[in-house]
Design a protein around this ligand. Sequence first.
Ligand SMILES: Cc1ncc(COP(=O)(O)O)c(C=O)c1O
Length: 407
Amino acid sequence: MFFIAPDYFVSKVSLAVTTHLMNTYSRQPLAFTHGEGVWLWSTDGKKYLDGLAGIAVNGLGHNHPKLVKAICDQAARLIHTSNLFGVVEQEALATRLCELSGMQEAFFCNSGAEANEAAIKLAKYYGYKKGIENAKIIVMERAWHGRTLATLAATDSPKAKVGFGDLPGGFVRVPYRDFAAIEKAKAENPEIQAILMEVLQGEGGINVAEIEYLKELRKLCDANGWLLMIDEVQSGIGRTGEWFGYQHAGILPDVITLAKGLGSGVPIGACLAAGKAAGVMGPGTHGTTFGGGPLVCAAAMATLQTMDEDKLLANANEMGHLIRAVLTRELAGVAGVKEVRGRGLMIGLELWKPCAELVALGREKGLIINVTRDNVVRLLPPLIINKEESEMLAMGVAALVKEFLAQ
Ligand SMILES: Cc1ncc(COP(=O)(O)O)c(C=O)c1O
């Protein structure tokens, strides 16, 4: 049974003309009224296979009954009280996330950028408590950490920075997966107190850090008293086939940040700390009005519980292998295809030339896909995707790419 959108949500004007919205997005001429599992229906009644999951958000797919029930039940009980009081749902969620991640404490906020802001402040404050007035943080080339001023400074996207003047300083950028570059940065910057990085870069083009490199970073941080801070905003909550991407390397970071998949679509972010990063922040050092409210925490708890019950980590692994295998098989020997890569259901298909048009071509064929860094097709389907749907997605994308490259 589908929810029918009220009339005022079904746009009667051209979707390209969004006159009363601030013009921060080049939106596709498409909007949806409802979804079910990995499927979405547009305002003109067309059905789409969702290979993007709201940019790695809708892990449970659309309209999952357990999530819907948890949100409705919580909304009927209590929606918001503020962090001036205890929030039992927040306590429960922090406990569960710490069990899953090996972390010790959590700060809840409303987005990935906010989670990274909290991590950046934590690293600065960690340094301050050690007597370093302006602690520095190592960040990576091709990193994406958000669009607030500090997270934009940590992000490596010259295009996104144009026009915003002097961004907060204190970041030292090094090439991704280059251990020697970090050693060099260390020699030049005695104020370094932390590394902030993605174990698998999403916006940066689905770039996977080697297990050995991650282990070496852990050792380096231990040896220098630095915090290893892993941005799991995109790769976390089962996306790569483990709860968190760093778990593939068997390491434990000092700080992790989460958002996207955590609330399955309700806005929640989190910054978790362990070891020497735990206990750094005190009352008054950071805060938020909405963060960790009862409604979003209930949705996040339902997400984690459903992922367990429905064995979605195993499914992400299995379906990820399947999609990559089909893409590799179908595109073998096709000139213009560079590489298929990724972990779990975080999949990249790199071409030798820019391919942004594939998004519109996919749309015409009923496929929602994404292209990042100009020439990488990015697939982030819901974690509930089944075998038949995975094959449909991979075959559909392979056909699109062949058609595109043959032009
Ligand atoms: C790794 C990573 N960190 C942070 C962010 C920012 O998250 P948000 O858009 O929720 O602020 C993103 C968003 O794409 C991301 O991929």
